[in-house]
Design a protein around this ligand. Sequence first.
Ligand code: FAD
Ligand code: SIN
Length: 530
Amino acid sequence: MNAGSTQYDVLVIGSGAAGLTAALSLATRLKVLVLAKGKLTSGSTAWAQGGIAAVLDAGDTFDDHIRDTMVAGAGLNDRETVEFVIERAPAAIDRLCELGVPFNRESDHLHLTREGGHSHRRIVHVDDATGWAVQAALLKAAEENANITLLPHHSCVDLITGRHEEKYSGSGRVWGAYALDETTGKVEAYKARATVLAAGGAGRVYQFSTAPRGATGDGIAMAWRAGARVSNMEMMQFHPTCLYNLEVKNFLITEAVRGEGGRLFHPETGHRFMADYDPERMELAPRDVVARAIDDQIKRYGLDYVHLDISHEPPEFVKEHFPTIHEKLLGLGIDMTKGPIPVVPAQHYTCGGVVIDLDGRTDLPGLYAAGEVTESGLHGANRLASNSLLECFVFGDAAAKDILARWDSFDAPPRIREWDESRVTDSDEEVVIKQNWTEIRRMMWNYVGIVRTTKRLERAKHRIDLLASEIDDYYGHFRVTTDLIELRNLHQCADLIVQSALRRHESRGLHYILDYPETDEVPNDTVLVP
Ligand code: FAD
Ligand code: SIN
């Protein structure tokens, strides 16, 4: 082993639902290192509210769940992937129960709530804070497993590929990643025979997002730079109901509030406006439909927000179903048992990402991926609510199984070049990072949001191209910090989103563009090749 490098059997990048599921399955036989940017609980998993979709009710069927997923996804989904994931959902829930996730129960079975786009009650949940319970159970199991090493506060900079080998093999093989120790500022090579990328989504590319601070698309950008294809990056999901509050900017009001009877109203006229957009499904129409309706109301009437109201239900029912949200809102002076909640749409989920197959394999030998960082074919043009944690469990496990099955064919990593800092200095102008970061996020919100036009997309592309040389120049001259790593990745993802949006000449699911309002007869993925 080189000085300044560490080697495990498998490197997992990310400690959310996808990464820890993969790690736990791999650790049955292999030594696994899990790296996470910031705290181990810093990903989206810990923030998930609504729950996990699975067919568990006698009146529900796999066919219904598959159909709902494909309807929400506007036909862009890959049917084989949809079947693969949905049929594995009950087993995934069993595994979580074994790990001790305290799902809400009703007598002898799990309580199922309902969310938009689902034709049945099929969401298992832990009150309105499912993600926290799932994250805690996975983390506890990982901490207790002697084959798993957890290393928080390590921000991966780039994947190690053939070009980092001391004797370049000419292959696109991935051998782990270079990561910045956020406490010492040193970059080290973490080598492995196989690498699982589970670094989450790119929500923070947008000014308003429900995603946590670290959702800067690092995994997507690293895989792209290493040579993997990414697809459907234009399919950015906006959640219809994020709390509108001048202090608390990204607090989600779960879709389950609408699932349990919450209604949307114009805040001044009291009109229940979903009747004008989707009279049949009303507030339970798929997310893209509801988010666009709210966006339209806000723009048409010059509103700051619309109202979400569940106060017609008994106070005890509301408090029992939504204890976390109720408590949080009370702290902000809003009592949801007595009156409406002001809400606005905000970016919520990255449907596109690194292309994988059913074994979680990317284009690059030795590199697997799972969870929100991927485009597996499950979500198509719009993710059905509560299908994403499910995807993490199914593909985290699938990737691990494939690695275990092929283990004997994975070579040991060669000698890798150490991180070279001889030509960089400490940054003298941190303000450049802040300025570019803010500019990208605001521009993406204004030009590449819920409703798009070609002209606005072209303006965005022009700005992104101008920023490219400034960011590259900064990266080339200064020592890396987490902020700089994130800015570089945020910029890369913004570019991929805009490139993809410019290529799709139709409106489908989450991609709604005024110049091309029709939907093509044959659905096609937008695949970008590095
Ligand atoms: P994350 O859980 O986001 O984990 C990413 C990991 O990668 C983190 O550990 C992070 O530190 C690490 N990482 C990132 N970059 C780097 C780097 N450069 N170096 C090292 N590590 C890195 N889905 C549902 O199915 N049901 C729900 O109810 C639901 N509610 C949601 C509510 C909110 C507010 C949000 C934001 C999302 C919700 N989602 C829900 C979506 C779901 O939570 C996510 O899609 C899912 O948790 C993603 O899991 P993941 O393991 O792929 O990534
Ligand atoms: C929510 O609780 O509304 C989020 C569910 C999801 O994103 O799947």
